[in-house]
Design a protein around this ligand. Structure first.
Ligand code: GLC
Length: 502
């Protein structure tokens, strides 16, 4: 490996494909791997560098596939292993890397090991106890379920997702084999689900519920030894596969503990996604991240959170939320590091809020008896073409109903409209690519009005106006791109621009 060359993941734009909702080739209303393959030209045109596929392993789908019954099999709902191999080969032909999800914190209750455990054998692969503690499931309700003989097992998510016991070397070894299995199929990286969750504090002490770094449930020190082992394995593959952790922490400092030369290559930077639309909050996340994390990443949306145009529209109208989203996109694309996009954001999709209760499938909705709407609203199948649902998603229907307004937002409708969100995303990604490799990994803040941020990265300046008043742009030679009309040298509210200084 050439030590001076930037590894691919370091500044990649990675597009998350929530496979169930991307494109359906089989016509059963659920997206699948051949559907993904059929849309690779679209993704290559969009200008991303890699795709991340959410789980497609054999699963009873109690949590949309994050409940894996066989880590080495493709669920027939999504296709076959040869469909997977064909997808990887076609993606590589299009110059796209392929990252796959791996779910090590828990399996499905249908996994052969858990079925054995239910029969009273090898229970120490999971966390069985005679008594419970006060832990609560992330999805609502208790984190313990009782089995027929009176013991309880731990599940930090749904009861159909029993947590593995990572203190058992058998579990550790099984995952090393699973990593090799997929690496040998030529994948380019793993997105590690609930990466901070594998170990629970010895003795399982009671806790205050919630995600806090100091909790006995998350981020126990032993988890780092696991990723050191994983890193040794991926490093034996010459094509630089990457390990990307889904790590929720309270601070950039805690996040950085996972991103080390002998551990994970990257972690998602959820602080960026959680930051409200405000210059001060963006600046704090940027400063904290760049100070602490050696390989920064940026993400605004994924399959677990309310889509960012909807979040940014809080207290404002939806159209304004979308404009702000496009400005935030320019800000994150200008920062050093890599960027994770979520399918449909390039079409300007909002969260779908009016899914009828009987159509909802997220276990969060079901377990909270509808009190928490859950994540179906960001998982509605994509609109590709046509005027009526399922908008080219597939020859059948779509597993969640799509809104009527999406007729105006199909990829087909947007593709030739220079004013569309899709065209803007393509321009932004192409502009970023054209600067590729020429920008330093550091930024310098420039003076700006309070509600705006101006930062320079070498010859590039990014200016974003999060306030309600127009501001003057900083001195520059040329405007490369902006997400709205500039009025001479004035940057209107909700707008960002990239400027060149030389
Ligand atoms: C992660 C996934 C989420 C899933 C959960 C349990 O947070 O992103 O979709 O429900 O893990 O596997």
């Amino acid at each position: 490996m050439d030590q001076n060359r930037t590894p691919w993941w370091r500044d990649a734009v990675v597009y998350e494909i929530y496979v169930r909702s991307f494109a359906d080739a089989s016509g059963d209303g659920v997206g699948d791997l051949p559907g993904v393959t059929s849309r690779l030209p679209y993704l290559a045109d969009l200008g991303v560098d890699a795709i991340w596929l959410t789980p497609f392993n054999r699963s009873p789908m109690a949590d949309g596939g994050y409940d894996v019954a066989d880590y080495r099999a493709v669920d027939p709902l999504f296709g076959s292993m040869s469909d997977f191999d064909a997808l990887v080969a076609a993606a590589h032909e299009h110059g796209l890397r392929v990252v796959v999800d791996i779910v090590p914190n828990h399996s499905s209750s249908q996994h052969a090991w858990f079925q054995e455990a239910l029969r009273g054998r090898h229970r120490d692969r999971y966390i069985f106890r005679d008594h419970t503690n006060n832990w609560v499931s992330v999805f609502g309700g208790p984190a313990w379920t009782q089995v027929d003989d009176g013991q309880w097992y731990l599940h930090m998510f749904a009861p159909e997702q029993p947590d593995f016991n990572w203190r058992n070397p058998e579990v550790q070894d099984a995952f090393l084999d699973i990593l090799r299995f997929w690496l040998d199929r030529n994948i380019d990286g793993f997105r590690i689900d609930v990466a901070m969750g594998l170990f629970k504090a010895e003795g399982l002490p009671d806790t205050d519920p919630g995600f806090t770094a100091s909790s006995p449930i998350w981020s126990q020190p032993e988890v780092h030894d696991v990723y050191r082992e994983w890193r040794k394995i991926v490093d034996t593959y010459p094509h630089e596969p990457a390990l990307i952790g889904e790590v929720w922490t309270d601070s950039a400092h805690d996040l950085a503990a996972y991103v080390r030369p002998d551990e994970l290559h990257q972690s998602f930077n959820f602080a960026w996604l959680e930051a409200p639309w405000a210059a001060a909050s963006f600046r704090k996340v940027i400063d904290d991240t760049l100070a602490a994390v050696p390989a920064p990443t940026w993400v605004l949306s994924n399959h677990d959170v309310v889509r960012h145009p909807t979040r940014y529209a809080e207290g404002a109208d939806p159209a304004r939320g979308l404009v702000r989203g496009n400005a935030a996109l320019l800000a994150m694309l200008a920062l050093p590091g890599s960027v994770y996009l979520y399918q449909g954001e390039e079409l300007g999709l909002h969260e779908v809020k009016d899914i009828p209760p009987e159509a909802r499938q997220d276990p969060i909705f079901l377990r909270t008896k509808g009190e928490v709407p859950g994540r179906d609203g960001c998982r509605v199948p994509l609109p590709w073409s046509g005027d009526t649902a399922p908008y080219g998603f597939g020859p059948g229907g779509s597993w969640l109903p799509q809104p009527a307004e999406w007729a105006d937002l199909t990829a087909e409708r947007q593709t030739s409209d220079p004013a569309s969100t899709l065209s803007f995303y393509r321009r932004a990604l192409a502009t970023r690519r054209s600067l590729g490799g020429t920008l330093p990994d550091t930024i310098a803040w420039l003076d700006s009005p309070t509600d705006a941020l101006f930062f320079a990265r070498g010859k590039l300046i990014c200016a974003i106006n999060c306030g309600d008043e127009p501001v003057d742009l900083p001195p520059h030679e040329q405007v490369l791109i902006s997400n709205g009309r500039l009025d001479g040298d004035i940057l209107p509210p909700d707008t960002a621009a990239w400027l060149l200084t030389e």
